[in-house]
Design a binder for this molecule. Structure first.
Ligand code: HEC
Ligand SMILES: [Cu+2]
Length: 374
């Protein structure tokens, strides 16, 4: 934090909703000040005015006053409702991620933050983002509860084991700002922090191209899906596949055995991979093996990103329209998405049921697996 904000006690404000949160706080502070000063003054004035002037005097009896009681009920009601409404509006805005945001995946771990960009760059305890772009974080943890907090953006959210939570923000000012863990998470909780670097788009593009991107989450997910985990042996696409259809399901309703319908969001797909028998798709047998313990949180993120890409869900474009270098060096999600629905299907269908390193639970080996289990 290099500069100070307009109130010295407040952290830097560097996001589009920083001022809203600050206004709410200023409002609360002003109300508290008004009543604190008023009450303390009243104590002193009354103490002097009604002090004992004559021994054993009795006070005048006070009878109810409808006007007074109405007024002192309505005023606090209005004050508390404005606090509630102001808070609710800001909260709703903060926790409704926009559609056109750039995706970043976050995995918390005792005691570090792991970030992954949708172009494949990975960072630990550092997050580089462009200024003036909406960023959506999809967050989970490998171990205990954490809470990712960006004081300068005036936002934070709990990160819960076994599910996804989301944060979004748009940084307004280039600079280096704190990242904290805001949920006590064990011995080195206080050290679980880092920096977010807000950069001009051109600097960000430079940074992107200067960092080895490796596979994008979608590419990594595709590789896991087709080879490493052998999902494609059942989910090869087409009518003959043994698994349920994955194309186009993301954020759409899925009918389950038992008549229930659920929306295939991140949590649903995660659960389908880790506890397949808990939510079985209508018309299918619960033959999908669990992949619990075989996939890391990062791999789950990749698998979900890949399944999402099968629905033509771009989610994000990490590079600006002007930056050609970064867009070419890494197959952005946009690029992989356009090809996904057409070209992927035959590729997946052609692949043998159990390539080298494929999942031992994949169907070719499934007979043995079942035998072993019995
Ligand atoms: C043995 C065959 C088999 C394998 C291997 C397999 N699946 Fe499945 N999968 C199924 C079947 C059958 C269903 C439908 C029944 C159910 O929901 O459990 C399904 C359902 C799903 C669903 C829910 C689909 C929907 O339409 O709601 C997802 C997501 C999924 N699988 C992902 C995967 C992933 C990712 C892998 C690899 C890590 C994988 N599957 C491996 C057979 C398989
Ligand atoms: Cu923590």
């Amino acid at each position: 934090m290099q500069s100070h904000s307009w109130v010295p006690l407040f952290p830097d404000s560097a996001s589009t909703f920083a001022w809203q949160v600050d206004m709410l706080y200023v409002y609360l502070i002003l109300i508290s000040l008004f009543f604190t000063v008023g009450i303390v003054l009243a104590i002193f004035i009354f103490a002097i005015k009604y002090r004992e002037k004559e021994k054993f005097a009795t006070g005048a009896e006070i009878h109810g006053s409808i006007t007074l009681e109405t007024v002192w009920s309505i005023i606090p009601f209005v004050i508390s409702m404005t606090i509630f409404l102001g808070g609710a509006i800001v909260y709703y805005h903060q926790f409704t991620p926009p559609q056109d945001a750039m995706d970043v995946y976050v995995v918390g771990k005792q005691w570090m933050w792991k970030f992954e960009h949708s172009t494949g760059q990975r960072e630990i305890n550092e997050l580089h983002i462009p200024v003036g772009r909406k960023i959506k974080l999809t967050m989970t943890t490998e171990d205990v509860l954490h809470d990712l907090s960006f004081p300068a953006f005036r936002t934070k959210a709990d990160i819960v084991p076994g599910r996804y939570t989301y944060l979004w923000f748009e940084a307004t000012k280039p600079g280096k700002y704190h990242i904290f863990c805001a949920e006590y998470c064990g011995l080195n909780h206080s050290g679980m922090g880092g920096w977010v670097y807000v950069m001009e788009q051109a600097d960000y593009d430079n940074w992107l191209s200067g960092n080895i991107s490796g596979q994008t989450p979608v590419e990594a997910g595709k590789e896991l899906f087709e080879t490493k985990l052998g999902c494609a042996s059942c989910h090869a696409g087409g009518p003959q596949q043994r698994g349920a259809k994955l194309e186009g399901i993301y954020n759409h309703e899925v009918k389950l055995v038992g008549g229930q319908t659920v929306v295939a969001d991140d949590d649903y797909i995660r659960n389908s991979i880790l506890n397949p028998s808990s939510q079985v798709v209508e018309g299918f047998q619960p033959i999908m093996p669990t992949f619990k313990g075989q996939v890391t949180e990062e791999q789950l993120n990749s698998l979900i990103a890949y399944i999402k890409s099968l629905s033509g869900n771009t989610g994000s474009t990490t590079t600006s329209p002007t930056s050609s270098s970064a867009a070419n060096t890494s197959t952005g999600p946009a690029a992989s998405n356009t090809s996904s629905s057409n070209s992927l299907t035959p590729a997946r269908a052609n692949r043998g049921p159990s390539g080298p390193g494929s999942n031992p639970n994949a169907p070719a080996n499934r007979a043995e697996t079942t035998n072993r289990n019995r």
